[in-house]
Structures are given as C-alpha cells and as structure tokens.
Write a protein that binds this ligand. Structure first.
Ligand code: AMP
Ligand code: MG
Length: 336
C-alpha cells in the first residue's frame, strides 16, 4: 500500500517528514519533490533498498542513479569531492547541478550501476533537504516516472503513475523547474555536459570555466558512444509517436499544409496565434522557463488526448533551451 501525504513545499510538516524519513531508513521508497522534477528515492547506502527503485520504475540496471545529499559535509562523507568543487560548492548547491565524483564503498554499487563514480547533488527544495537530513543517509533518486516515460513534475501525475508501486508519496504540488538537473563530469580538459538541464551552460561557466558541450549532449546526432549510460535509452517519451520539425517556419508551413487532422500540435502561444488552431500549449516562447515547465505535461496531454500522434517545433538552444531541445530530440522523431 502507498501512503500519500499532502505536504507544504516551503514549510513541510516535521511529523510527515519524520514518517517519510523512517520509511527510507527501513529500506522503503518515497516519492518526493525536488526543485527539478519529482524523485523516487531510497537509502543510497543499501543495495536492497536501491533495488526497490529499479523495480518500481522498470529501469535498466546499468543506468546509474543520482545520489542526493543534504549538505556538503554529508557529501564529503560518501564521495571524493574534488578540491576545485569544494571551493565553489556554495555557489552551485543547493541547486539543480549534478557532478560525477569518485565514490567511496559506502554508496551502494546498485545505485552506481557498478561504476566507480556517482552522480551527486544537493537539491534546492526544503522537503527534499529535510527528508535527506531526517533519514541521515544520502538518498538515491532517479526521476519518479516509469522508465521511458516523461518525467513527473507535479504530485497528481506522481500519484496517477506510482500509487501502489512505492511505499510513500509526498503530495506537494508542482516542482519549480519541471526539467531535470544539469549533469557534469570533470576531466583534464575541464567540465563536460553529460546531460543538459535546468541550469544553463552560460550560468555555470562564470563559476566552472569553459564547459564542453558535445553533439551527443545536445542529442543532435544519434549516439554511438554514450557519454553517460542514460543516453543509450529511449527517454522522456510520450506513449504516442511525437514528430518534430525544429525550424519554426518549416513547422508552421507543414502544419498549415500537410498535417492530418489526427495529429496533435504542441507549440508555443506565439506559434498557436499564427496557426489559429487548437494546440497543446507549452506557454510563451519568450519565457523558456515556462516552456521547460510545460514540456513534460504537454507529452502527457498528448497521450491523454484523442489524437493519434503529435508534432512539436524547436526552441532556441540557449540557457535552459539546451535542455528543452535535448528532451524534445530524445522524445521525438525528426520529420524533415
Ligand atoms: P535520472 O535519474 O533519470 O534523472 O537520470 C540520471 C542521469 O545521470 C542519467 O543520464 C545517468 O546515466 C546519469 N548518471 C548518474 N550517475 C552517473 C555516473 N556515475 N556516471 C555517469 N552518468 C551518471
Ligand atoms: Mg529520468
């Protein structure tokens, strides 16, 4: 049975947090909000607990999980935090940045998918921080969707998808960004983006120096050599086929000329105004944060609609737009 508890995202009730933290300590699974998307968490130090996450999601065992800490002191106990990050930790955390570090033996090999490294972050969400601190152990948590499905950005979707599959769901409404964290790896050449996310390259470079963004990270080309195990897999996808035409003008021409009536149109408010037809809106393209927040819900709306398939256009690849385009490319098939 799944216990579902409403909780305020800014001032969480300590009694509910205690119950959730005890569930984690006992080896159970808890769905909780972060500032990016909902996470499906368990004790990152215990193999048997972490296995429950893979089971609930149907996630392939070779795709490692991000491990969440409540403070830099806690992170230091479990992973080998590099010296340069120590110096700037306060400028990136708590926040939507995940950095790959060498792990200690204290982090479950199941959470790491047997890698020597672990993706580590401190989430900027009072519920998440209180839960981790209360449990007293780091919490391994991938996005709280079933494997291959779009990430979950509000608790109504979490309950619809995971009731009966996890021990507890913290029902806290909508998450702030609605798109996952930026995953980075350090090498001799500097930092490299493994997965674009809620914080843009432009915002990280003043802190981390020049960041390498490969074609694979943009998901612009098919991936022969995945930078991260997660890249191998179909991801973030609606159940129905989603097509894309990245160029806005070509998209408008296609929808006006060739679109069949059973194809849903997912687009910005500006494009909807030009087309003058009913669309699944992702908000104004002048606010890419709004588009990011509406993106996964738009995929779910497509699935819930009577349409047979859908089509979406591209967005500028700056700031959070790099993550938006990465998710769109992974979820869709190019039509032109
Ligand atoms: P998710 O938890 O579903 O948001 O996905 C986490 C992402 O981080 C996936 O793309 C993983 O492959 C990646 N990741 C987690 N840990 C590592 C690691 N140790 N090395 C490389 N990539 C990682
Ligand atoms: Mg995921």
């Amino acid at each position: 049975m799944t216990i579902i508890r409403k909780v305020d995202q800014v001032y969480p009730d300590p009694v509910i947090i205690r119950q959730a933290a005890d569930t984690i300590k006992k080896g159970g699974t808890v769905v909780f909000p972060t500032e990016t998307v909902y996470g499906l968490g368990a004790d990152a130090t215990a193999d048997s607990s972490v296995l429950n996450i893979y089971k609930a999601k149907g996630r392939p065992a070779d795709n490692p999980l991000i491990v969440h800490f409540s403070s830099i002191d806690m992170m230091r106990e479990y992973v080998h935090v590099s010296g340069d990050i120590e110096a700037i930790a306060g400028r990136i955390w708590p926040g939507p940045v995940t950095i790959i570090f060498q792990s200690t033996a204290k982090i479950s090999v199941v959470a790491r998918a047997s890698l020597p490294t672990v993706g580590s972050r401190i989430p900027a969400n009072p519920v998440a921080l209180a839960l981790i601190a209360g449990a007293g152990v780091p919490i391994a948590a991938p996005s709280a969707n079933l494997s291959t499905r779009p990430s979950i950005v509000n608790s109504a979707e979490a309950i619809a998808e995971l009731d009966g599959k996890v021990d507890m769901i913290l029902d806290a409404g909508e998450t702030f960004f609605g798109i996952e964290s930026t995953v980075l790896k350090w090498s001799e050449k500097g930092y490299e983006i493994l997965r674009p996310g809620a914080i843009g390259v432009e915002d990280l470079e003043p802190i981390l120096g020049k960041i390498i963004v490969s074609e694979a990270a943009r998901a612009a080309s098919s991936v022969d050599k995945p930078l991260t195990p997660g890249m191998k897999y179909r991801h973030y996808s609606p159940g129905k086929t989603l097509y894309r035409i990245e160029d806005r003008e070509a998209f408008i021409a296609y929808v006006e000329g060739k679109r069949r009536s059973d194809m849903a149109v997912i687009c910005s408010d500006e494009v909807a105004a030009i087309l003058g037809i009913e669309c699944i809106s992702v908000g104004s393209e002048r606010n890419l944060y709004e588009v990011a927040r509406n993106l996964f819900p738009s995929f779910r709306k497509l699935d819930a609609s009577a349409y047979k398939n859908g089509i979406i256009h591209g967005f500028p690849e700056s700031g959070i737009g790099l993550a938006i385009m990465n998710r769109i490319r992974k979820a869709s098939v190019s039509l032109l």
